[in-house]
Design a protein around this ligand. Sequence first.
Ligand code: F6R
Length: 608
Amino acid sequence: MCGIFAYTGAQGKDAGKVLLDGLLSLEYRGYDSAGIFTPESGSIKSPGAVAELRKKIPTGFGGKSGIAHLRWATHGEPNEKNAHPHQDCTGELWIVHNGIIENFKELKEKLAHAGHRFASDSDTEVLAHLVEEHLKKEKNFEKAALAALNDLRGTYGIALQYKGEPDKLIAARMGSPIVIGLGDGEHFIASDPSPILPHTKKVVFLEDGEVAVLTPHKHSIYKLNAEKVDRTPTEIDWSPEEAQKGGYEHFMLKEIMEGPEVVENTLRGRVIAEKGMVKLGGLEAVAKELASIERVIIVGCGTAYYAGLVGEYMLEEFAGIPVEVELASEFRYRAPVLNQKTALIAISQSGETLDTLEAIREGKRKGALTLGIVNAVGSTIARETDAGVYNHAGPEVSVASTKALVSQLTALALFTVFLGRQRAMSEETGKEITAELKKLPAKLKAILGRTADIEVLAKKYASSRDFLFIGRKYNYPVALEGAIKLKEISYVHAEGYSAGEMKHGPIAMIDEHFPTFALAPHDSVYEKVVSNIHELKARKGPVVALVTEGDTRVAELADDVIAVPKTLEMLSPILNVVPLQLFAYYFAKEKGLNVDRPRNLAKSVTVE
Ligand code: F6R
C-alpha cells in the first residue's frame, strides 16, 4: 500500500532530508516508485526504490516544508509519469494520495470539459485539479480542499500543499490511514507513525471523514462539514520497527487483523449489488472470450493453491463450468491438454512464484486464455497474463500468507459471480452472493474480537507434537490451509485431510495425545462432520472444533470450540481461515519462534 509523508517546520531542518529519511522508513510497505515536492525546489519522481529517487536529487534541493510519497500502483503503470506527487494545471497545488477514488472517471470528464489538462493516468491527479477548480471560486485553500473532498467517492489518505501558502499542509482520511505528528514548531503527516517517531512521539490518528490543517505552530482538525474536532493527542512509545507493525508484535498478526479492510479493498468498486452483478475492470478486455470458455484450470502453490481448491467448488457450483486445480509445480512437467476454450488462472500473492509463472507460460504456448489473481501490481505474472484481477490486499510482509488468502478467496467469489452471470446464474443468486460479500468485513471483525479466546486455546495445545485438520466440501481446503499454517511457523507435524478420508488411514494415528482441529460449520455437510467428530472422540482424540455461532451439538462433543458468524456456505472459507491463522500464530508464538521469518522459507519463491 502507498506510503505518505509530509513535513512543515520552523526549526531550520531541511525538509528534503526529513522527507527522504521518512520515505526510507516507509519502504517496508512496498512500492514501485517514489516522489518528493517542496515549494522551494519543486518535484522529483523516480520509478523504483527511494535510493533511485535520492540519486536524482540535485545538491541544494530542499526547503522548509514538503510532501513525499511511495507508490504501490493501482491506477496506471508504475512509471515516473504516474508517480506522486501530482499537480494541478498551474503547478501551484500538489498532492500525494493513498487509496482509490471511485468516481475519478466522471470527475475527470467534468474537469476536462472545464479545460483542465491531465499529465497522468492516475486517479490522484484528478484531485489536484478538483482543488484547483474549487480554488477559483473559493479563493481560500482550506475551503477549496474541503469542497473538493466533499465531491469524492472512494478511499483516500491525502497530503496536500499549495505554493500560495507554502508552510501550510492539509491532510484528510477516508479509509486509508493518516497519522499527524505534533512536534515543537513542526508538524508531520504520514501513513503510519514510523517516519514520525524519530521526531516526536505525540501523534493524532485521523478518523474517517476528518481533515487536518497544519502549519509549523498550529494544527486544527475538522469534519468534512467543516465542524471543528477536539482530539487529545496520543503518546506512542513504539520503536520504529513496532510502528511499521502498527503496534502489533509481528507482521503476521497485523496482517491477520487487516482482514476486514482487505475484503473491503478487494470488493471496492466491483459489486453491483442491486443487479447481482460484478464489475471487474481487469477482465473487461477478455469478457467476450470468457463467455465462451468451456473449462477453467487454476494453478498456484501452497496457500494460493488451496485458494484455488475453494475456487473450484465455487465455480462449478455457481458458474456451472468445469474446473481443475493443479499445483503449478506439477502442471508444467506433465502434458496438460489445453486449448483456446480453456482459461488458465494463476493465483499468486507475489506474482513472482516461478512455478506459477512457468505454468502460465506453458498455458500461453498451448493457446489458453491466461488470467491472474495477483496481489503485487506490475509483478511478472500480472504482466504476462492476458488479463486479471488484482487483490488490492496491500503488501504482505510476513512469510506466512494470511491476508492475501482472504483477498484471493474474495476475488474468486467475485470471479464466480462474473462468470456465473455470463452463464446460468440467476439475478437472485447473484444478489444473494454479492449482498453477503458486503457483510463479510463486519463478520470478520466479530471473529477478530475473539482473538484472546483463540490465544488461550493455542497456548493450551502448544505442546502437541502432531495436529490433524479436517473439513469437508468448501472447508476441506480450509483444513489444508490450517495444517500448512501450523507447519510452516511452528514446525509441528500437521496434516490437512478431507474429513471423509479420515477412516481411510489417518484415524489410525489418533489417541489422547493426537489432537484434531475439525471444521464443523453449519452447512450442507454438517451432519457428516459431526459423525467424524464422534469417531475421533471414540478414540479419545482431543478435538478443537470451529462451529457456527449458536451451535450447541458440537460444543457438547468437542473439547474446545471457536464460533464464527453464519454466512453462505461458498463464502465460509473467507471467515473460517482467520481463526486457523490466529491459532497457528499464537501456537508458534507460545513456542518462542520467529513467526514472521520461519526457518528455511522465503516470501517469494523465485526458484524451482
Ligand atoms: C504459505 C505461503 C506459501 C505461498 C506460496 C505461493 O503461508 O505463504 O505457501 O502461498 O509460496 O506464493 P505466491 O502466492 O506469492 O505465489
